[in-house]
Design a protein around this ligand. Sequence first.
Ligand SMILES: Cc1cc2nc3c(=O)[nH]c(=O)nc-3n(C[C@H](O)[C@H](O)[C@H](O)COP(=O)(O)OP(=O)(O)OC[C@H]3O[C@@H](n4cnc5c(N)ncnc54)[C@H](O)[C@@H]3O)c2cc1C
Length: 396
Amino acid sequence: MTTTIIIGGGVIGLSTAYHLARKRAGRIILFNKGPIGDGSSSRAAGIITGLLWTEVGVQVRKLSVQRFHELSEELEGYKFQNVGCLNLFDPPSWPERQALLPLYDRLGVKYEILDADEMRRRWPQLNPREDWIGLYDAQGGYSEPDEYIPALTRACRALGVDIRENEQVADLVLRGGRAIGVRTASGVIEADAVLSTIYSWSNRFFERLGIPLPVKAFVHQRYVTKPLAVPPQFPAVNANPLGGYIRPASGGAMLLGVETADREEFRVPSLDFQMSTLRAPAGLREKAVADFSEYAPMLVDAAWHDERVGLLTFSMDGEPIMGAVGQIPGFYTALAFHSGGFAYNPAAGYLLAEIIADGKASIDVSSFSPDRFDPADVVAYLATTVPQSAAVRRRH
Ligand SMILES: Cc1cc2nc3c(=O)[nH]c(=O)nc-3n(C[C@H](O)[C@H](O)[C@H](O)COP(=O)(O)OP(=O)(O)OC[C@H]3O[C@@H](n4cnc5c(N)ncnc54)[C@H](O)[C@@H]3O)c2cc1C
């Protein structure tokens, strides 16, 4: 029987474990250095849209959206909130997106273009500026990480995945240049395949292997109100002109996420780094509420209940990194899902399970290959320090 080891128990690692287990692909062991979900996954806003910006991204997201709908039936205690996803643009930012509409048409991804009057008619709680354009994805919506992650974890365990929490992988174990397992505090555990899904910790892990990755991490935060007097009745909104996003949240509350474009990249200091040590800048929530007050007036008097701060990781070209690591046979990785790793996870897990178990994915994701970067470009990129606004930034 083959053994696959997955390092990392965020949504990408869990989803791969789940899809491998459904394929009955042998023994699956998943290590997470803390409790399951203690990385970015439990901090995500969980907003999901299929309207991305590259051919492969759109194809993979189409599969993700389909799987989210199916997972609502497969996972006990989880429901995909199919409220739709509205992507807002102002006149300067719209042409870049408008140019992608033929791609959506060709790949059969549905959308509607809405003017401000139509958006106000559909969602009277929201007040877009007169010249804003809405690109509406009726198939999108959101998932509550606090529901989804436990439901996926339970489903993995029920399918026999051996989930080992609070066990950090210190190293990949190689024999003759091939990955043959991992080393943890309890010793060497052998495997036929090893997948690393440790997201913002990846640079520290890969540099030990002599394979630098062109990936940068940025602090990102989102807040949840207490239940509002009138529950939100609108889609998840990527409010690009406002530098943030909103969505309804469980129990009649509302979530607000905000970018800090000027904040410099965050260098994860070591494999021992704890994401819980990150902090949002003082006064940021108040500023975001002021910025959103005209568009979403119900935020102005809202009382607040929750703040979560985590990391987003971006690759040098802005696209995810996913697949076999060419230099080390038997070793695979998946990371750098920008601000959209939650939305990517069902398809990423599905396709990674195919790559590991069958040697080939049903969607050609070679443009996401970890091997696609020129080593000299990687070194130059890592030598720079950039603010978030200079990373390839697109939302969800
Ligand atoms: C505030 C915020 C809002 C976001 N909103 C959205 C959104 O609306 N939509 C969306 O699609 N995405 C969103 N994202 C992005 C999304 O959260 C990430 O892209 C996604 O969660 C990445 O999942 P992952 O499994 O790759 O990483 P993680 O969830 O970070 O998981 C990595 C895991 O690896 C473990 N680990 C690390 N090192 C080791 C080791 N050596 N041994 C064992 N385990 C190890 C960690 O403990 C961690 O659990 C948001 C992120 C943040 C921070």
